[in-house]
Design a protein around this ligand. Structure first.
Ligand SMILES: [Zn+2]
Length: 196
């Protein structure tokens, strides 16, 4: 059993707060989003800080009565490795989300919330609710559709490519100059020409 499995109804009712740090290695679906080019040692530096807070509120129902509703506020933040879709290199993408969920009893109630835009997002509570699983879901939803550096690192095209856009072999300009051995051979040939 994971460390942050709670009774979510009790968590909300008593206004509990939990927080912690979770490394990306413990979030299998987020881990698959880390580019393959990122070394394992770098992966281990990706840690997300999360904070969950439960609370209750008395609210007026449509029929005029009062109802106690339960909520969970979840904030998650950290720098994730992603591959920039402009320059195709990995970069650290800062992520930060904060969502208030209404804690409901069953799927039918959750669907009712989903149908009404004015209501907060709903999650179905349970006596064994895995907060870390919700943390991972929040992160997956917050991933950018097209990850990009804000500004790609500057690459001086003239330094790394030749005029045809291909990487220039280092020997090329050496070959343009006459070889010192060729020049020496030409000097040596002069006396033998005179001897004819
Ligand atoms: Zn880039």
């Amino acid at each position: 059993m994971r460390e942050y499995v709670v009774n979510l109804f009790e968590f909300a009712r008593t206004g509990m707060i939990a927080e912690g740090d979770v490394p990306v290695q413990e979030l299998p679906r987020m881990l698959t989003e880390v580019p393959a080019a990122v070394p394992v040692t770098e992966r281990s530096t990706v840690v997300f800080h999360w904070r969950a807070q439960g609370f209750e509120r008395s609210e007026h129902r449509a029929d005029g009565g009062m109802a106690v509703r339960q909520y969970l506020r979840l904030a998650v933040a950290g720098d994730m490795w992603l591959e920039c879709q402009r320059c195709m290199t990995p970069y650290r993408h800062p992520m930060a989300t904060e969502t208030v969920f209404e804690v409901v009893r069953d799927e039918a109630q959750a669907d009712a919330c989903l149908a009404d835009d004015t209501l907060p997002e709903a999650i179905v509570g349970s006596a064994n609710f895995d907060l870390i699983e919700l943390v991972e879901e929040e992160l997956l939803l917050a991933l950018p559709l097209v990850p990009k550096h804000e500004v790609c690192p500057e690459v001086h095209v003239s330094l790394v490519t030749g005029p045809d856009g291909q990487a220039e072999p280092a020997e090329e300009d050496v070959q343009d100059k006459p070889s010192p051995f060729a020049a020496l051979a030409a000097l040596k040939r002069v006396p033998s020409d005179e001897g004819k």
